[in-house]
Design a protein around this ligand. Structure first.
Ligand code: SF4
Length: 235
């Protein structure tokens, strides 16, 4: 049962959009041939029929932020970058989004590694487009021009352990969308994402602080000057 004290959790069924050209583009980087294209099309149809992406989010109040900590609705987070981003702000939007467990009922033979990989890529595309939809939904609903997000586990300054306080903001409501958290902070289904959206008038992008060089989702280059501004020293 969800904690009844968390009474403003909103649940959203996310429209299923699979950009087949985006899937093919990601796969082509690994293997370009007609068989891969046919497999991508076949799996895309299967995922389209099965997947039920969804999200929960809520409006939350920043009690205080500074010196590397943030308190949101009485729950404490530790992150220098988050604390800098939320200093002087009033409202943020914690969220948990998932492609849903339904899609994992599609039977993919364990030994067919290439099929497993294609399936994984398609689910990633579903998750990314679902997050885009959630972002636009929040911007429109709350009349926010631009938002940024920080996600536990993406950078060392906001580690995976920060999933605990983030989930605490939902008081168990994540079970409504079938998401669970392991002791180590991993989410199930694995194609899930959690984080905190906040109004972004500074052009903040976490990628500028992130050292994961080969990330296909990178949207901005690592920038040691930005790192210095947020964390004091380059990582
Ligand atoms: S580079 Fe990738 S992992 Fe790092 S913050 Fe950007 S999207 Fe996230």
């Amino acid at each position: 049962m969800a904690d009844s004290s968390v009474n403003n959790v909103q649940q959203l069924d996310l429209p299923l959009r699979i950009d087949l050209p985006a899937v093919k583009k990601l796969l082509r980087a690994h293997r370009a041939n007609a068989r891969t294209e046919a497999l991508a099309a076949e799996l895309t149809e299967a995922v389209r029929a099965a997947a039920r992406p969804k999200a929960i989010y809520r409006q939350a109040h920043v009690d205080c932020a500074g010196n590397g900590t943030v308190e949101i609705d009485g729950i404490r987070f530790s992150s220098r970058a988050l604390s800098k981003n939320l200093a002087g702000r009033d409202t943020v939007f914690p969220y948990i989004a998932t492609v849903g467990h339904e899609v994992d009922k599609i039977d993919i033979p364990r030994r067919d590694m290439w099929r497993q990989y294609c399936f994984d890529v398609i689910k990633t595309v579903v998750l990314v487009t679902s997050l885009d939809f959630l972002t636009e939904h929040l911007k429109e609903k709350y009349a926010i021009e631009s938002v940024a997000t920080m996600n536990p586990g993406e950078i060392a300054d906001f580690p995976i352990e920060q999933q605990r306080p983030l989930f605490a903001l939902f008081g168990g409501a994540e079970r409504q969308i079938g998401v669970t958290l392991t002791k180590g902070g991993a989410m199930h289904p694995t194609k899930s994402r959690s984080g905190i959206f906040f109004p972004n008038d500074t052009g903040f992008v976490t990628c500028r602080l992130c050292t994961q060089q080969r990330c296909p989702g990178r949207s901005a280059a690592y920038d040691p000057e930005v790192v210095r501004g947020y964390l004091g020293t380059p990582v």
